[in-house]
Design a protein around this ligand. Structure first.
Ligand SMILES: Cc1cc2nc3c(=O)[nH]c(=O)nc-3n(C[C@H](O)[C@H](O)[C@H](O)COP(=O)(O)OP(=O)(O)OC[C@H]3O[C@@H](n4cnc5c(N)ncnc54)[C@H](O)[C@@H]3O)c2cc1C
Length: 462
């Protein structure tokens, strides 16, 4: 039996980052991954391939529709879908290879196969050819991630009715794409195909898009997405979806059914716990199937930890990574910490949408007395030069202490701009701290500074 200090099941951002940190801290670490490529959902079929296609499709849209605004004349702009897909694959291959290299460099032992618990301190690895290896481990970390949640009545056929994984590789541009779920994955993948020519209809159960995000920002996003040509059916319940000939049909409660060439189901994700043998070892899950873990990522079974999507919370790669580092440090020196109040969330549409901390609704519900500063991109010189005047920055600060409680941005490069707000919140900054910090001119970051000034009614740039 191979012996390790720590055996990690899952080689995604939670698992591989934990493996590297644990190895750096001196643990004899192993990582089991059932897929050939490391990097998990994020690198293989999530963050990275989606951003590669978002970038390619955005450039196409800009070249075909918006370069004229800059005085640049183009004609005959077209795209080669198979080349776009090849570029995406080569980015994925480069990065997954990079994770492989990092594990080797840090002397993490990799096992290829499906990991499952045998007992406390023992893990089984079943390789694709059926060969089994048993590992003994002082500590075990479950980092098996998540998969698309099935929706009652939706028959995924992996072709006409599929998930984001299929939507990352459609062989041709669907004439009409139906998207079930207006969360960030639905809006990002919908954006890719809309830009490449699809009519996109998004069906959402709630009466708003981007659930969980600040409502004012989501409302602005809805307005801009509609302007781009998205069609929305909000407050609409999908009761079934199925392949139908060369297309698909979506039934919506109380409405006419929707016919589309392809349907993308993006209505939430569920924990990957099947086949892990949790019950036999007594590891508890919550009522939604996520592994229960305490604030030190300990499950109820001693020596077994869990991080990332499999424990629920924000389903984000950087959240999984933070937890991976924290659990490795906890195992080695008893201390590891993630500040969940400062985990950013980004939607990589155009414009981008980024958020950190509390939304205005959350603050109101909790009865927190807050002040708010809002600054529109149209009033920023750099935004005008970039032809990116849509959107706004909103800073929410405690009315008494001025401490920043939340920052919400819709606008160009919001995903990069939010980093300053995250750092400010990590340091417990006040809105005035941001307002008194010198920002280069002309930059989009001045929008954040002006919104921070706006908390005190002192906006200057107009
Ligand atoms: C289309 C899409 C776009 C996304 N975009 C973003 C984004 O832009 N930014 C962001 O932060 N997040 C994004 N996410 C979410 C992000 O991918 C996840 O939050 C992140 O990958 C979670 O990391 P993880 O390590 O917990 O799990 P995963 O990345 O899912 O990794 C788990 C790994 O465990 C393996 N595994 C499962 N069971 C076993 C087993 N029994 N034995 C061995 N191996 C096993 C799986 O094969 C997988 O590789 C996106 C997701 C999708 C689907």
């Amino acid at each position: 039996m191979n012996e390790h200090d720590l055996v990690i099941i899952g080689g995604g951002p939670g698992g591989y980052v934990a493996a590297i940190r644990a190895a750096q801290l001196g643990l004899n670490t192993a990582c089991i991954e059932l897929e050939e490529k490391l990097g998990g959902t994020c690198l293989r079929v999530g963050c990275i391939p989606s951003k590669a296609l978002l970038e390619a499709s955005e450039r196409f849209e800009e070249a075909s529709k918006h370069l004229g605004d800059f005085g640049i004349t183009t004609s005959g702009v077209s795209f080669d879908l198979s080349k776009m897909m090849l570029r995406k694959e080569s980015i994925v291959d480069g990065l997954t290879g990079g994770v492989d290299y990092l594990l080797k460099k840090n002397k993490v032992t990799r096992y290829k196969g499906r990991g499952s618990l045998v007992a406390q301190g023992r893990v089984d690895v079943e390789a694709a050819d059926g060969q089994r290896t048993e590992l003994s481990a002082k500590n075990i970390l479950i980092a098996t991630g998540s998969s698309v949640a099935q929706l009652k009545g939706v028959q995924l056929d992996g072709d006409r009715v599929g998930t984001s994984t299929e939507a990352l590789s459609y062989p041709e541009v669907p004439e009409h794409l139906g998207v079930s779920g207006a969360g960030y994955i639905g809006m990002e993948m919908g954006s890719v195909w809309r830009r490449l020519g699809s009519k996109v209809t998004v069906v959402e159960y709630l009466d708003r898009i981007l659930p969980g995000m600040d409502a004012e920002i989501a409302k602005e996003a809805l307005k801009l997405f509609k302007k781009q040509g998205f069609e929305f059916k909000l407050g609409s319940k999908v009761t079934s979806a199925r392949a139908d000939g060369s297309g698909a049909v979506v039934e919506i409660e109380g409405q006419e059914s929707l016919r589309a060439d392809r349907v993308l189901l993006s209505a939430g994700r569920t924990a990957n716990t099947q086949g892990l043998n949790l019950d036999a070892v007594g590891v508890e899950t919550d009522r939604r199937g996520f592994v229960r873990a305490d604030s030190h990522y300990r499950t109820n079974v001693q020596g077994i930890y869990a991080v990332g999507d499999v424990i629920g919370g924000a389903m984000l790669a950087h959240k999984a990574e933070e937890e991976g580092v924290a659990v490795a440090e906890t195992i080695v020196n008893g201390r590891g910490h993630v500040n969940y109040g400062a985990i950013p969330g980004v939607v990589y549409t155009h414009p981008e949408i980024a958020t950190v901390g509390r939304t205005e609704e959350e603050l109101s519900e909790r009865g927190v007395d807050f002040r708010k500063g809002v600054f529109p991109f149209i009033a920023n010189g750099r935004a005008r030069a970039l032809n990116a005047t849509d959107g706004k920055v909103k800073v929410l600060a405690d009315a008494k202490t001025d401490r920043v409680l939340g920052v919400h941005i819709i606008g160009a490069r919001a995903g990069d701009l939010i980093a300053e707000a995250v750092a400010a919140m990590e340091f417990g900054a006040s809105a005035e701290d941001i307002a008194r910090t010198c920002h280069a001119h002309p930059t989009l970051s001045e929008c954040l500074r002006e919104a921070a000034l706006g908390v005190d009614g002192r906006i200057r740039q107009m």
